[in-house]
Design a protein around this ligand. Structure first.
Ligand code: SF4
Length: 513
């Protein structure tokens, strides 16, 4: 394949045929401006903000994948003042600050620098209520036409912005790295189990399980309203009839107490309106009895939620679990039963203590317990307002089962066995925890892989081939990164890693890669 000058496609681009790469264009795409900032392709020693203040970028911050400002946790120094940490927003124009509603959005209150491509057309407007502005166009280290092809490949963290621990971690063998991740994962398992125990001492084991299942169904956005609903379980579950409509009645109570029942019919979706009327028929009779614990709708966060994670749908799922009445005994049977090994094994060179084969069968067997056959409404609708789907969708996907396993089911079974002195179950839960297949990727893991493990893509994905190792990495982020800043100030993790493996040198399994 032709490369360099012979590559006609590359020539199209460098000759200015692609929009946004021409010097004379109104401005490059915002994504490119963000990449220039992230990779600091600017004259770093010469930066001055729009009002003439000297600026030193100690760290540009981490690209945010979850809405809000474009970069979180930047460390900047203005003139000779003390460095400050905060967020950075990137826009093409200063007017974007107001036009995009950042001035009224609470998520943007920690923005300390507004990086823009071009000078404000009207400087007086630019300073009104805005954070300090840096005009990037004035400080590029190369022409845009050169920067664009160079940066489009580099969505990862630049080498010089990796964490201080990335170098010592790279020195470790695969087995040594696993040792750290597994040790951190064990801490995470025990921490979760400890929190469950504290709650179980107050409410009992079964209630503690339900509260944690509800929290997990709330995911990170809605964990607390879900917890509040579970805490009032004894009240709403006591008023539900037995029989075939039990799941539906529980659902009506949950949606009602949760403040999630719409007041308006869609008037366009007949099936939705019929179902909503039926649900209200149940909730009308009950709602006065729950006036003191009904949640306000405003407590829920809907922004950025995938339809599958909508709390209405999650509560429908919980109603089926509750209606079946024997979830706890099913979990007890599950942990006592032999589950044959299956799925992909970790490579031998990574085999170490507490790392068994990633066992797909474990996931499948727990999925069976939590799976709901069919809900007459929710299998066909994402929310009350959505149109009927052409194919029914499961109320629970495999990815969520892994979250339930590592965050709730395994810690709950483990601590119950520990309190009861049941060594056999303790060992079996630990085996399952360390053999559980990897969970879905998330923004914490993505950043940690780059920042701590140096984005050695092949190696990190092999090492993180298991939910426990992912949990371990997240624990390190929580214990160290969350207490430091983007420039790793005062973080002791690198020195701890060095000390641990200097001492243990020769005792650990030698690197095979
Ligand atoms: S804060 Fe500590 S653990 Fe996190 S990346 Fe920096 S050195 Fe590593």
């Amino acid at each position: 394949m032709a490369s360099g000058k012979d590559n006609f496609y590359a020539n199209w681009r460098t000759n200015g045929c692609a929009p946004g790469l021409r010097e004379e264009a109104a401005g490059p795409p915002e994504k490119l401006v963000q990449a220039i900032w992230q990779h600091q392709r600017i004259l770093r020693g010469e930066l001055k903000t729009a009002d003439g203040t000297r600026l030193r970028v100690l760290h540009p911050g981490f690209a945010s994948a979850e809405g809000g400002p474009d970069f979180r946790g930047a460390v900047l120094q203005f003139e000779h003042e003390k460095p400050v940490s905060g967020d950075v927003e990137v826009d093409l124009q200063t007017s974007g600050w107001h036009a995009h509603g950042h001035d009224t959005n609470a998520n943007f209150k920690n923005v300390i620098l507004h990086v823009v491509w071009d000078k404000p057309k009207n400087p007086r407007l630019a300073i009104r209520g805005e954070p300090v502005v840096l005009v990037l166009k004035d400080y590029l280290d190369s022409p845009v036409s050169e920067l664009a092809p160079a940066l489009e490949q580099g969505s990862g963290l630049p080498d010089n912005l990796r964490g201080k621990c990335s170098a010592p971690l790279r020195e470790l063998s695969g087995a040594q790295l696993l040792e750290i991740l597994n040790a951190a994962a064990r801490v995470r398992l025990e921490n979760k189990a400890g929190a469950i125990l504290a709650r179980a001492k107050i409410t009992g084991w079964e209630q503690a399980l339900w509260e944690n299942l509800f929290r997990a169904l709330g995911y990170k956005h809605n964990a607390w309203p879900m917890q509040a609903l579970a805490e009032s379980k004894s009240r709403w579950s006591a008023r539900v009839a037995t029989g075939e409509s039990r799941a539906f009645e529980i659902q009506a109570q949950l949606l009602g107490v949760g403040g999630l029942l719409p007041y308006e019919l869609t008037r366009s979706q007949k099936a939705s309106d019929t179902f909503l009327r039926r649900t209200w028929d149940v909730w009308w009779r009950e709602r006065d009895a729950f006036a003191d614990c009904t949640l306000p709708k405003t407590i829920w966060k809907f922004h950025g939620l995938r339809p599958a994670n909508h709390p209405q749908r999650r509560l429908a799922l919980a109603s089926h679990w509750l209606a079946s009445k024997n979830l706890v005994s099913k979990l007890e049977d599950w942990v006592a039963k032999q589950i044959p090994d299956g799925g992909a094994a970790l490579p031998r060179r990574l085999a170490g203590r507490q790392v068994g084969p990633a066992n797909q069968k474990l996931l499948e067997s727990l999925h069976e317990i939590f799976t709901v056959e069919r809900d007459q409404f929710w299998s066909w609708h994402w929310t009350f307002n959505s149109v009927r789907m052409t194919k029914p969708q499961p109320l629970l996907g495999a990815a969520r089962v892994t979250d339930l396993a590592v965050n709730v089911v395994l810690p709950w079974l483990w601590i119950r066995a520990k309190e009861g002195g049941n060594e056999k179950i303790i060992r079996e839960v630990e085996r399952r925890f360390f053999a559980w297949p990897a969970a879905e990727d998330n923004s914490i893991l993505k950043l940690a892989r780059q920042r701590l493990l140096g984005m050695a893509a092949g190696r990190s994905s092999t090492v993180l081939n298991g939910a426990a190792r992912q949990q371990g990495l997240m624990q390190i982020v929580r214990d160290f990164c969350d207490h430091s800043n983007a420039i790793c100030a005062d973080c002791r993790f690198p020195e701890l890693v060095k000390a641990q493996f200097d001492v243990a040198r020769g005792l650990t399994i030698p690197a095979a890669d």
